[in-house]
Design a protein around this ligand. Structure first.
Ligand code: PEP
Ligand code: MG
Length: 753
């Protein structure tokens, strides 16, 4: 059974259009369940009706014609109750409704199950049988499992407008994801494909099919040559039988085999990489289903050859800055923090990724760079959107593809208004960050990107509250050397001196991978991360600490911050290493003052160890991003649970308030460098709680400063006491918005619908 399920899901997954997916579904399910009829109805939200989308067994003329309201007929009942319905004698049910077009009167037994994705009913899957048959528990369980699995696939395929078959396929469409970096942009979509991964090659319609065919044959010829060379190299070491395999590969790559088929697919309207992926998929799916070990292995060979050809096709085909349009809206299956660093900043208007969520590091970087971004856009059909005009709304997490003139006008106006607000706020950026009654709230900046961008902020901030050293590490091809690091850190420290610069030791792991130091784990956020990695690799940490110390010579503004601290002994070990680094420098005649050292408060365990930590370090820096993820048990990188992730959850706010009070009692300065500090409402709460400094990405400074300057410290304190007793995140958010509106600073918050 499991095998059948898996096979059907795989096949549906491989279908290249919604229609093909639906057709596969009904045919395969009917066969697996040995019934007369299998039909699928999808819910058209605009029309508020379930629509028969495909059937095998009912009259095909009924497809697209038969529709029903929720609660109407048996199918409508399943859709309304969102529960399975299993009937031996369907016409006898009081809710039975007869649709003439279907020829349904012949069928007596009925089993219908809802298709639900993330709490939303997408449609209903039905099987029917002519003679009376009580579908048994096993049948019901099979169909429920099938529907649950297919829901994800369907949600992906279901895009706006698809349900309405008369709709212009190229008409305006809207897609939703997780708002990850604010701002709006109008531009042209550029789809980027990851290197040599057949499964994530997007479908694109070629502008010049002939050129694609030429490209294909060149790539095939290259791979044939590679394989010939590999065969020749191995000739003396392997048997003739094994060597014969190389001839098989050559044949597979020949024009008569793969070449012709891929070329045909290109002519049907698919670019070369997409056509190759289609053909490889078709062959491997077929071979994997055959009950023969030898043929199954050939499937693996075809995949491997396919990957090689793809790698050749992608060669020299990378998008270079000059090939980007001026206002590129970059769209990819996964855009990593490292990719982001390589993009031509000047032409990048916005970012969209199918994976990731609002607190992924790529989102944090995008915010720091001020690039409007939407992540977790799981329903986006990469096919057909390359080169399309689009609008990205980073506040509401939306992408409009091929917007009509009216929508484009509206967004042009909104963008202008946002620019106007930015200009107004700019005028007060040289003013101190203090409340209307003179309470000073030091603002600091988070850095890690090129210094020149933030150095001009020096007159406006009290220093750097978080320098994420992993960012330059991510943009390298190996660990940067001690000299390289020293140079980099010196640039940071000297640009801000005499203001303090808090440098965090390497915090990799989680969603921050170094290309040259991959970490593959089932639960990366609970795994080898931050200080856990660097304490296991003291050679890496020592180099980094020495570089930081060297760089701070004669500047004396270095502070060192340890990430992901869970236990006191990690602090002790790190401090020992730091002392050794200083001694080593002293032995070389380089005397460096002992820097202040702090720990990140981001693992909940540290909340209960504050006094032991206070005995060892000079300051606390709260990582509200991770503290939220760990307190709420919500992966910050997972779009599926994005709606559960909010630092304004009452539990997080209460933990923060207590932490602020306890740090004060212990006499240890505590600041916040997570994203909550850059949210105007969050910043007011943190100020009211008594934190000593707020550190945020540069683009957040103007709104936070403006908010602080328009309230009194008493206002902020009462905001805290009002908020802490509220029961849910939604109530907290509504209350914050209400209060900010009362103080006439509601416009500083991200716009809502
Ligand atoms: C945090 O966790 O809040 C933090 C500032 O660190 P990062 O986002 O880099 O994990
Ligand atoms: Mg963190």
């Amino acid at each position: 059974m499991l095998d059948t399920l898996r096979r059907i899901v795989q096949e549906v997954n491989g279908a290249r259009s919604l229609d093909a997916a639906l057709a596969t579904m009904v045919r395969r399910i009917r066969k697996a369940m040995r019934t007369d009829v299998c039909s699928i109805y999808l819910f058209d939200r605009e029309r508020d009706r379930l629509v028969l989308m495909d059937t095998i067994g009912l009259r095909t003329q009924a497809v697209g014609v038969v529709t029903m309201r929720l609660g109407e007929g048996l199918v409508g009942l399943v859709g309304q109750r969102e529960e399975p319905l299993n009937l031996e004698d369907a016409p006898a049910h009081p809710q039975f409704r007869y649709f003439v077009e279907t020829g349904e009167e012949r069928f007596s037994s009925f089993l219908g199950v809802p298709i639900i994705h993330q709490r939303r009913m997408l449609g209903v899957l039905v099987v029917q049988q002519q003679e009376k048959r009580r579908f048994d528990e096993g049948d019901e369980a099979f169909l429920v499992t099938m529907a649950a699995q297919l829901a994800g696939v369907l949600a992906h395929a279901l895009v706006s407008g698809t349900l309405n078959r008369r709709a212009e396929p190229d008409g305006q469409a809207m897609f939703s994801g997780v708002a990850a970096s604010p701002g709006m942009a109008i531009g042209e979509i550029v789809v980027i494909a990851p290197p040599a991964d057949l499964d994530s090659v997007p479908d694109l319609i070629p502008t010049d099919p002939d050129a694609e065919v030429v490209r294909l044959h060149a790539a095939l010829a290259h791979v044939r040559e590679d394989i010939r060379k590999a065969g020749a190299r191995l000739a003396s070491r392997i048997s003739t039988q094994e060597l014969a395999l190389f001839d098989v590969y050559q044949q597979m790559l020949g024009d008569a085999a793969l070449g012709n088929e891929v070329e045909k697919r290109i002519r049907e309207g698919q670019w070369a990489p997409g056509a190759l992926a289609d053909v490889v998929r078709r062959h491997t799916q077929y071979l994997e289903r055959v009950d023969d070990g030898y043929l199954r292995e050939r499937a693996a060979d075809i995949r491997d050859l396919g990957r090689r050809v793809l790698a050749r096709l992608q060669e020299g085909n990378e998008l270079t800055p000059s090939t980007y349009p001026d206002n590129a809206i970059l769209v990819g299956d996964e855009i990593s923090a490292a990719t982001l660093g390589e993009l031509p900043r000047g032409r990048l208007a916005a970012l969209v990724s199918i994976r990731g969520s609002s607190n992924s590091h790529v989102a944090i970087l995008a915010r720091a760079m001020g690039i409007p971004t939407v992540l977790g856009m799981v329903d986006l059909p990469l096919p057909r959107i390359n080169g399309a005009k689009a609008i990205l709304d980073g506040h509401r997490g939306r992408l409009f593809v091929r917007p009509d003139a009216q929508l484009a006008k509206r967004y042009e106006r909104l963008i202008k208004e946002e620019q106007a607000l930015a200009e107004v706020l700019e005028h007060e950026q040289h003013l101190p960050s203090e409340t209307s009654d003179g309470y000073k709230m030091p603002l600091m900046v988070n850095t890690g990107l090129a210094v020149d961008v933030v150095a001009q902020l020096k007159p406006r901030v009290s220093g750097v509250g978080l320098y994420r050293t992993e960012v330059p590490f991510m943009m390298n091809e190996r660990f940067p050397s001690e000299q390289e690091q020293t140079r980099l850190y010196h640039e940071q420290l000297s640009s801000f001196a005499p203001l303090p610069v808090v440098m965090r030791t390497l915090d990799i792991g989680g969603d921050k991978d170094l290309p040259y130091f991959p970490i593959n784990e089932a639960n990366p956020f609970l795994g080898w991360r931050g200080i856990r990695v660097t304490l296991d690799h003291p050679e890496v940490l020592m180099v980094q600490m020495r570089a930081m110390l060297m760089a701070s010579r004669e500047l004396d503004n270095l502070r060192i911050l340890l990430p992901m601290i869970t236990s006191v002994d990690e602090v002790d070990t790190a401090l020992r290493l730091l002392a050794r680094a200083r001694e080593e420098l002293a032995e070389d005649g380089i005397e460096v003052a002992s820097p202040k050292v702090g720990v990140m408060i981001e693992v909940p365990a540290t909340l209960y160890q504050l006094s032991a930590l206070a005995e060892r370090v000079d300051f606390f820096s709260v990582g509200s991003n991770d503290l939220t993820q760990y307190l709420l048990a919500v992966d910050r990188n997972n779009a599926r649970v994005a709606s559960l992730y909010d630092a304004c959850h009452p539990a997080v706010l209460n933990a923060l308030a207590r932490l602020a009070t306890e740090s004060q009692q212990l006499g240890v300065p505590a600041s916040v460098c997570g994203e909550l500090a850059g949210d105007p409402a969050g910043a007011l709460l943190l100020m009211g709680m008594g934190f000593d400094a707020l550190s945020m990405n540069a683009p957040s400074l103007p709104r936070v400063r403006a908010a602080i300057r328009r309230v009194s410290i008493e206002d902020a304190r009462s905001l805290v006491s009002e908020t802490l007793s509220l029961p849910t995140t939604a109530v907290v958010r509504a209350h914050l918005r209400q209060r900010l509106n009362d103080w006439q600073i509601g416009h500083l918050l991200p716009p809502q619908d």
